[in-house]
Each structure stands twice: as C-alpha cells, then as structure tokens.
Ligand binder design. Structure first.
Ligand SMILES: [Zn+2]
Length: 123
C-alpha cells in the first residue's frame, strides 16, 4: 500500500485532536498538517483554526523549521519506491519521484524553504 500524500491526508479536514489530548506540543500528524497548510499558502491564522490550536503555536513551529530544517525531514514526507538500492523515492507532498535520498531531502525542503537556505542546510 502506498503511503497517503499530504493532500490525501488533509484535504478532507484537520487531524482529529480530542479533548483528552490537551497538550502544548504538536504531534507529528499536526506538524504535517501545518506544513501542508504552508504548502497551500494558508496564513498562520487559518492553519491554527484548522488545527484548533493557538496561532502562536503555528508560528513557533514554522520558525523552528526555518531554524532547523531537520525537523521537516523527521516527518517522513517521502517513501521509498521499490528496492532500497534503486534509491528511488516518492515525495508525499507532490508525488514526484526523485532519485537518491539526498535529492529527495532537498526536494522536500524546497517545498517549504527558500532555495538559498536549502543550499546552506544540504549543500
Ligand atoms: Zn515534492
């Protein structure tokens, strides 16, 4: 089974956060939702509404991603296609197929960050 893309995960709505989950930190699912909102060019306030969290929480996470793009890469936004030695990956943001792990990492970051910053982080 192929993994769902961000569009498939979130087009129908936000990830559920039930009242038992009142915590200040964001789950991996919620972080993916924020990145999806950024990709959709939603303002922070709309992402926060969609997620039922504080706008400051969204802004803080976005800023942390700019400071440390590794946070984006931790969210598994690609999946490996076929056998590992082929080094072919499918981007779960846009479904493009990319060869080599490093290239797909750069590709994913370029969805969310300025190219210049990606070059600094993964030259
Ligand atoms: Zn992509």
């Amino acid at each position: 089974m192929p993994k769902p893309t961000l569009d498939q995960l979130f087009r129908e709505g936000r990830p559920p956060r039930d009242s038992a989950q009142y915590h200040n930190w964001l789950t991996a699912e919620e972080r993916r939702f924020i990145l999806w909102g950024i990709k959709e060019r939603w303002p922070a306030v709309r992402i926060a509404d969609g997620l039922a969290v504080n706008e400051a929480t969204v802004r803080r996470f976005r800023r942390r991603c700019w400071d440390d793009p590794g946070l984006i890469l931790e969210l598994d936004l690609c999946e490996m296609m076929g056998r590992a030695k082929n080094e072919e990956y499918r981007c779960l943001v846009c479904e493009e197929r990319v060869i080599t792990r490093r290239a797909v990492q750069r590709h994913i970051l370029e969805h969310f960050l300025e190219e210049q910053w990606v070059n600094e982080f993964l030259p």
